[in-house]
Design a protein around this ligand. Structure first.
Ligand code: SF4
Ligand code: SF4
Length: 127
C-alpha cells in the first residue's frame, strides 16, 4: 500500500508495517510526543474576555489540551487538541467556539483571542 493511499477497504489484512505513520501513536503512554493536533478538522477558539476561569473545559477535555498557569486558563494546546468540541459544549459562558480548522480568525471572530504560541507548527515527528 502506498503511504499516500487512503483506501482502507482492505485494512483488516494489513500487516503492522502497512499502517501509515500518523494514523496512530506508536509508543504507548507517549502521545505528548506526537503532534496529534494535525489530525484536527475543527478547532476551538477561546475568548479570554468571556472566560470566568471556571475550568469546566479543563475537567472535561479528553486530551488534556486546556492550558493552565497558576490555576488560570491561559489557552489551548493546539498541538494536541483534536477539535472534539467537548470544551465548547461544556463552557457555560460562551467563551469557546468551534471553527473550521482553516477559518480566517479575523472574519470568523469578533474579538476572541487565540493563543498564537500554541499554534501547531509541525506534523508528527519522525518515529
Ligand atoms: S469552561 Fe469556558 S469559562 Fe470555564 S474556563 Fe473554560 S473557557 Fe473559561
Ligand atoms: S476541542 Fe476537545 S480536545 Fe480540543 S481543547 Fe476542546 S475538549 Fe480538548
Amino acid at each position: 500500500m502506498s503511504s499516500n493511499n487512503w483506501d482502507v477497504s482492505d485494512y483488516e489484512n494489513w500487516t503492522p508495517e502497512e499502517f501509515p505513520v500518523g494514523m496512530c501513536a506508536l509508543a504507548g503512554g507517549k502521545a505528548v510526543e506526537y503532534i496529534t493536533g494535525s489530525w484536527r478538522s475543527m478547532r476551538p477558539l477561546w475568548d479570554k474576555d468571556k472566560c470566568t476561569n471556571c475550568l469546566i473545559c479543563w475537567v472535561n477535555c479528553p486530551d488534556s489540551s486546556i492550558k493552565l498557569q497558576d490555576g488560570q486558563m491561559v489557552g489551548i494546546d493546539l498541538d494536541h487538541c483534536k477539535g472534539c468540541g467537548v470544551c465548547v459544549t461544556e463552557c457555560r459562558f460562551e467563551a469557546l467556539r468551534l471553527l473550521p480548522e482553516h477559518c480566517d480568525e479575523v472574519k470568523c471572530s469578533e474579538g476572541p483571542v487565540l493563543d498564537e504560541a500554541a499554534q501547531p507548527s509541525t506534523m508528527n515527528p519522525e518515529v
